[in-house]
Write a protein of this length. Structure first.
Lengths: 287, 544
């Protein structure tokens, strides 16, 4: 299964986006081989930022949308044809700055889409400004004296907003990343994966991440226990604090009614509905 | 005979409902009716009123000159009695005070029947039905259709009012066929249904909200979805996503919400994913006066979205045109993969209009989709007319939509030649859209006078109703604002002796658009910008 395109790749050499890209390609290929997915029935949505180039490098149906608007675009695609498996890719600036309201409402509405956030804790394509997940005191070109506020915690945020699948993985552990993305695709409901990603040019957290990450699964974490999961969510604060450990894996997971299940959607995709235009009937509503 | 009836009271007293019900009964009896709604932005209390113009010949507006004031509170009398005609009267409860009052003991009747006070309105409706000599049979049909659940009680209370003692009667001739009677909002909603809408996305905003309510209420009946999302930005991006996936979509909002949609309108231009937007203008700028009318967003609609891309802007002048032009908007957006903007306003949206017939649009709706696309399908193929054949995900080939500049496959490009090619491809559509729109009555001319009134949108009603007293004037209504029918407009203006622009705004926006497109400057303007629509008498006075 060829998920590559002929587009020339323009990420920095050694960029961790390559890891995320190949992880996604491999997961989708495996799901296609397992006959759980057909290539034609996958649609991706990307925002704007370095992550957005995923659009060009994945040979899949896709919508290269606006900065911050990946989630509503993906929800629209899902409502437009519920048969499609819809995967959104966003950056941390994209999802947690420009698009934070959509993120919270999606956690609440539970559309059956996957949202993968390339969380490199920095605006990279615009040359290194802080984002909501950048650690305190980070010095960027837009605030040379250093960031004044603590980073937001997207895992805790998603859980408190009611997300039905909340996971964290990283681009420094491809095996774990693949496993997490696969589980997210297989989950029915809004599946959020925060992918910690070093930016080798503006925010190189590679060694910090490698050193501090540990797998929740290996510690026997039960993703059905909301309270325990929330405690785990607060364990790391998106800083570079040497004393802290970073749990990765599925924090929380529940099967809840999805947005599409809340609506009475037709069995066939809309474009296959045969609508007969009966003017006489319509006029009767105007009488 | 023509009668003007004002119905007023506090918000929550059922004024709009009562007025619409009375209007429907008149229309059912074959009379022409226009129903204007005036309400402040509050939920309970304050002062609301409706004005019904009822006539045995066509009527599309109202005068501030009332034959009857139906008062549900004393405030209505105080506010409007100076506009009551000499021979007019006030109808209402015994509790009210006015020497012109025809009083009915509503409270006694209603309390004896143990009904809530709002049923008193039905007694007034019954009284007026009798007053104008309409047989009760015209009431039953309307009640059964409108109020399936409480129809018996409503009919019963109307009958009580009908059989009360009457001090005088003014009989309408009721031999004519029943008229259609509906609002611009209902027309936009049903026009969308006629065009095969699948999903309507919106966030509540006056005066576009009635379309959301109508489609939400009837979504099962029409097998469609009405979806309210967290804000207008989510609304339009979701609508583009759903359209990309193969659903026919529309969004609806007013100026402030449309401003939030601006970036995604531009995304429409680049991605060429079809979309229809209903923009119901209200008085601006900013929050402005939310429940009142102004034609202030013409330039906004024509220019929304950064960058250069083709679009359609069409402004219906009444509810019938709203029904037909909404269908044309869908057709053009699907066929040319463009943004169609239906530019309405509070006055067209929330007024009820009556028509003898509605008719069908000149276009035949199709889905314009490749059902068996080849695996080499190119999402942005360069073609003669600039329209790349469209298909949807799920049929085989990879389908792409992009807000980035792209090549024919939809892959991002920054190549200078490709940028020019794709820009030209998108803009090439304009010429073909213009050709098609020229067949869809982009302008209409009424009357035969040598002088010319030029206008657009909701001023149509008051202008039409003033024409019979302005025999030396014709009226040029511009329906399509983009692509602009320059030739037709220029021809009409050049033929005319004197030209007057009539607009419900402060700066004469259509005049500026005409100058931009034809070079013609219209000096004489009649402008009104107090949130209220024109009365025909105002236009007549200024032109005589």
């Amino acid at each position: 299964m060829n998920l590559q395109t002929k587009a020339q790749n323009t990420w920095c050499p050694g960029c961790f986006n390559f890891v995320i890209l190949t992880a996604v390609q491999e997961v989708i290929s495996e799901l296609i081989e397992e006959k759980k997915l057909a290539q034609k029935d996958v649609a991706i949505v990307t925002g704007i930022g370095c992550h957005g180039k995923m659009f060009d490098y994945l040979n899949l149906n896709g919508f290269y949308g606006l900065h911050g608007r990946v989630i509503p675009t993906a929800i629209g695609i899902k409502l437009g044809n519920p048969k499609l498996t819809v995967i959104g890719f966003g950056g941390d600036g994209d999802t947690f700055a420009e698009g934070i309201s959509h993120f919270l409402h999606a956690c609440n509405m539970n559309p059956d889409i996957v949202m993968i956030v390339h969380d490199n804790q920095v605006f990279a394509l615009t040359t290194g400004q802080m984002t909501p997940t950048t650690e305190k005191d980070y010095k960027g070109p837009s605030l040379p004296s250093g960031k004044k506020t603590e980073p937001i915690n997207p895992i805790a945020l998603a859980m408190s907003a009611g997300a039905s699948f909340v996971a964290r993985s990283s681009a420094v552990d491809k095996k774990h990343l693949k496993r997490t993305i696969k589980e997210a695709i297989n989950h029915k409901g809004f599946s959020f994966v925060d992918v910690l990603q070093p930016c080798i040019t503006f925010h190189n957290s590679a060694s910090y991440l490698s050193k501090h990450i540990y797998d929740l699964k290996k510690k026997g974490h039960n993703p059905k226990n909301f309270n325990k999961a929330f405690q785990k969510a607060l364990e790391w604060n998106y800083s570079l604090d040497e004393k802290l450990h970073i749990p990765v894996g599925v924090f929380y997971k529940e099967r809840r009614k999805t947005l599409e299940e809340d609506f009475s959607l037709p069995k066939k995709p809309w474009y296959l509905l045969k609508r007969k235009n009966n003017y006489k009937r319509l006029f009767s509503f105007l009488g | 005979m023509k009668k003007t009836i004002l119905i007023g009271g506090k918000a929550g007293q059922g004024i709009a409902m009562t007025s619409a019900l009375l209007g429907k009964i008149f229309a059912n009896a074959g009379l022409y009716v226009f129903n204007y709604r005036d309400y402040p932005s509050l939920i309970r209390g304050g002062h609301n009123f409706n004005v019904l113009s009822v006539s045995d010949s066509p009527v599309f507006s109202f005068e501030k000159d009332y034959d009857i004031i139906v008062a549900l509170d004393q405030n209505t009398i105080e506010k409007h009695k100076k506009y009551l005609k000499k021979k007019g009267f006030i109808l209402g409860s015994k509790k009210l005070k006015s020497r012109k009052l025809v009083s009915l003991d509503l409270e006694k009747i209603i309390s004896e029947m143990k009904l809530p006070p709002v049923f008193g309105n039905n007694i007034l409706v019954g009284y007026l039905t009798h007053h104008f000599g309409l047989p009760l049979s015209f009431v039953s049909g309307v009640i059964k259709k409108e109020f399936a659940k409480k129809s018996e009680l409503i009919e019963k209370t109307i009958k009580i009012g009908y059989n009360l003692e009457h001090f005088q009667e003014e009989k309408f001739d009721v031999k004519n066929k029943a008229k259609y009677f509906f609002s611009g909002s209902e027309a936009v909603a049903l026009g969308a249904v006629a065009a095969g809408i699948d999903i309507y996305f919106a966030y509540p905003m006056t005066p576009a909200t009635p379309v959301l309510h109508y489609l939400a209420r009837n979504q099962e009946k029409f097998n469609i979805l009405a979806v309210q999302l967290e804000n207008e930005i989510a609304v339009i991006n979701a609508a583009l996503g759903a359209s990309f996936a193969g659903a026919r979509t529309m969004v609806g909002t007013s100026g402030g919400g449309f401003a939030l949609m601006a970036e995604a309108c531009s995304l429409q231009g680049m991605s060429e994913v079809p979309l229809v937007a209903y923009l119901a203008q209200r008085t601006g700028p900013s929050t402005g006066v939310p429940t009142y009318t102004t034609q202030g967003d013409l330039k906004f609609a024509l220019n929304i979205g950064h960058g250069e891309f083709p679009r359609v802007v069409v402004a219906p002048g009444d509810a019938r045109e709203a029904f037909l032009k909404t269908q044309e908007s869908f057709y053009l957006s699907q066929k040319y993969r463009i943004l169609s903007i239906i530019l309405g306003d509070k006055h067209v949206g929330e007024s009820h209009f009556s028509f003898e017939k509605i008719g069908e649009p000149k276009i035949k709706m199709k889905d314009f989709l490749l059902k068996n696309p080849s695996l080499n399908y190119k999402s942005y193929k360069i073609t003669k007319d600039g329209v790349s054949p469209r298909t949807v995900p799920g049929l085989g080939p990879v389908v792409r939509a992009s807000g980035y500049e792209h090549d024919e496959w939809g892959i991002t490009t920054e190549d200078q030649e490709k940028i020019s090619q794709m820009t030209e491809k998108r803009l090439k559509k304009e010429e073909f859209i213009k050709r098609e729109v020229s067949k869809l009555e982009p302008v209409k001319v009424y009357g035969k006078g040598k002088n010319l009134i030029v206008s657009w949108g909701s001023t149509k009603g008051a202008i039409l109703d003033s024409l019979n007293q302005l025999k030396n004037f014709r009226f040029l209504q511009v329906l399509y604002l983009e692509p602009f029918p320059s030739k037709q407009v220029e021809r009409e203006i050049k033929k005319a002796k004197k030209v007057v622009l009539v607009e419900n705004n402060a700066t004469g926006l259509l005049g500026k658009v005409i100058r931009e497109n034809t070079g013609i400057f219209i000096e004489k303007k009649i402008l009104k910008y107090n949130g209220r629509p024109f009365y025909p008498s105002e236009i007549i006075k200024k032109l005589k």
